[in-house]
Design a protein around this ligand. Sequence first.
Ligand code: CMX
Length: 466
Amino acid sequence: MALIRFTANKLQDAQKLTSPLTTYIRNISAASNNLRDVLQNKIPAEQERVKKFRKEHGSTKVGEVTVDMMYGGMRGIKGLVWEPSVLDPDEGIRFRGLSIPECQKVLPKAPGGSEPLPEGLFWLLVTGDVPNDNQVKELSKEWAKRAALPNHVVTMLNNMPTTLHPMSQFSCAVTALNHDSKFAKAYSQGVNKAKYWEYVYEDSMDLIAKLPVVAATIYNNTYKGGKGNQTIDPNLDWSANFSNMLGVNSSNEFTELMRLYLTIHSDHEGGNVSAHTTHLVGSALSDPYLSFAAGLNGLAGPLHGLANQEVLIWLLKLQKDIGVNATEDQMKDFIWKTLKSGQVVPGYGHAVLRKTDPRYTCQREFALKHLPDDPLFKLVSTIYKVVPPILTELGKVKNPWPNVDAHSGVLLQYYKLKEMNYYTVLFGVSRALGVLASLIWDRALGLPIERPKSLSTDLLIKAVKK
Ligand code: CMX
């Protein structure tokens, strides 16, 4: 959405931003505090804009497809529309045109807090507007109201073996939540397609509200023998409730880390596995629960979201093999050993980014502020110096720089959230914000079932010969 609206109290800050996208027209919005109302007002104009654009440029070419792209994971093919965010290879992610530092500046924070509230980011992702404090407070309240889990999901989670990976538990629980899908119910009753987005919106709000409770239940069952407290305080924000339910650390600093974490992992444009999968499954009009559960299954892969777990395992192995005070030369040997045994260095590389991930940088800044002397943070800092030249020397790695997953585990360890096979669940809770924001727009814009054309090698050879 080209129009970015800023509320009065944010306008001054926002005007100081340097992004070229801030040259977009901005209105001072006196909009409602209710997200659904704001969205409802925007959708008709956006539908019109897209309709007009398609009418004028429907057959304009935006790129080409080579044989290598087809065999190479469709890298670089422009084949998807995704409204909430765009990823620049050098600059990193922009949420509705705003970079992470810009979001940290203009999005509402908790009283005395330094990190944006994920509620504000969701508002931005859905509407393209920077919300004001009241709008964000309203969203916190609404999510708290919708957070209760149905009994069958609690029973199901309580009966899962603690040896089942937390991501599998997570995906099962999200799938089972579809029992109460308002979209699925409305569809079965023959709702008009013009109203699809309204039910997808309701399901998305319910699902986001419930995710911290699901995730905390998994944590408490898997690591604390079922002890722990999954109670929502209606006066707290989404991240504060989640931190409390996890019960690993009662400091404000940890809650601030959660706010940062849940904000920065939310969205990374549309082509990554979790985003694309949610969008694809949603295009079959599977409800938001089924669509997001599919996305979570993709996030659970080691080349995607599971990399944050893999990084910690790798770091601990490094510490065990060469000690905490290892020299840079010893580290280089260890990294080469990893590469020569046919494994990847987890937390490094990216399919789109070509510079250090700003999501890595903001976590590093958080660590420099709060835990500069932590031994694991120091190790990660040294690895940041040592890994890129080695990956560059390897010759084939397109991006030798760290991604988001290279840093997150270190921060979580410091605040006593030590169970590394849980880390991707946190990523998943955050990822819901971006992919569900997009799913609402998919239905509002009436995007059809996704069905790209595939060719066999024989047909491709024939086509090229022609
Ligand atoms: N360590 C070792 N080799 C790497 C590498 C790394 N960190 N990153 C890329 N390579 C290798 C690839 O495996 C590939 O090798 P082959 O040609 O032998 O298959 C070659 O370099 C070229 O790959 P690329 O074009 O640079 O990277 P891709 O777009 O194919 O893959 C990614 C991107 C993230 C899967 C890859 O960089 C990787 O495996 N990184 C480690 C895992 C990781 O951190 N994943 C998390 C990404 C962020 C997220 O989604 O959460």
